[in-house]
Design a protein around this ligand. Sequence first.
Ligand code: GLU
Length: 421
Amino acid sequence: MSESQNAAINPFETALKQLDEAAKLINLDKGLHEVLAHPKRVLTVSLPVKMDNGEIKVFTGYRSQHNDARGPYKGGIRYHPQVTIDEVKALSMWMTWKCAIADIPYGGGKGGIICNPKEMSVGELERLTRRYAYAIADIIGPRTDIPAPDVYTGGREMAWIMDTYSALKGNYVQPEIITGKPLAVGGSLGRNEATGRGLSFTVREAAKKLKVNMKNTTVAVQGFGNAGQFASQLVEELGATVIAASDSQGGVYNKNGINVASLRKHKEKTRAVGGFSGTKSITNEELLELDCTILIPAALENQITAKNAGNIKAKIVAEAANGPTTPEADDVLYKNKILVIPDVLANGGGVTVSYFEWLQNLRRDYWTEDEVNQRLDKNVTKAFLDVYETHEKYGVNMRKASTVLAVNRVVEAIKIRGLWP
Ligand code: GLU
């Protein structure tokens, strides 16, 4: 996804810039600003893994714990060759804001391992995952830091981590150590779809505000992984027509519409969206600039930059990915009257259902899918309206409004708790 081209943009600098802008707007105390600018703890681990060919390879992993004023650190674990310590730190700060905006009792954390899971066997991935779980076991916990899936990790990895952690810490099953698990080991109904479903609720609310009828909307989705696929399917259910989708190898386009269920089947079979019948191939860059109503970046960071922001034609940008838009691009989009539903709001459905999963685990009492989805709708809609109100009150874009709302909530908790020792 144009990774090398934009690798020079440091996500932690982006996150700090966003924090600076929010701090200015609310006249944040300098000391508290400083507290929020630094993760509370960042752990780097070296992970020796026996590869299938008998050699030992050492991988590097991280866990960044940004802030826990409102509750335990919470956030996913990413497997990607381009993971950096600064990316993980940025993502952990965004998790703090995301949980505060969703108003769930968590702080923010994030983990990552520098690796290419596409080039590893299942056995190698299991050994790497268990080694990582072992290496971070002393700083995570059901009441302290609860990991989850992120880019290129899923239920399978979560189950290995739960198993390793449970074996290490008392040798009894502790499903509440991690979320995004398969149903058989304490996962929640609706968790798989949650990021996409939450995003579709924010798009529905944004369309209401802009007085756009969902039935007249067209959608382009950059990234067809878990979030991108469910987001496409669920906006389609709201009446929208998906006209383009892409993955790391490129995209497909049909101005009359693409059936999302069929495209998902094609992707499952061939592992790529490319070559889907009745479509024209386009690049990821072209997809972003398509004439459409709703653009969903669902891949990686730094996709909408100062270079291409002026060419974006969508009315609504709903960020399924974390950090897809740079601060410079944000200003251009705002000037061009494009409503950006920022990552920390648009993709907050994932961590919200993670919270529901954790509640179910703690009580060993499980909910129906309807109950999960209804509570998700209520929660995401409230978050959207809270951010929208802040956006109108301060006359700033939705990202600044999100950060202001989040920082205010986190700072209130820090102040009430006080500093000790
Ligand atoms: N990795 C997801 C995110 O960025 C989910 C985090 C979670 O469920 O804790 O929001």
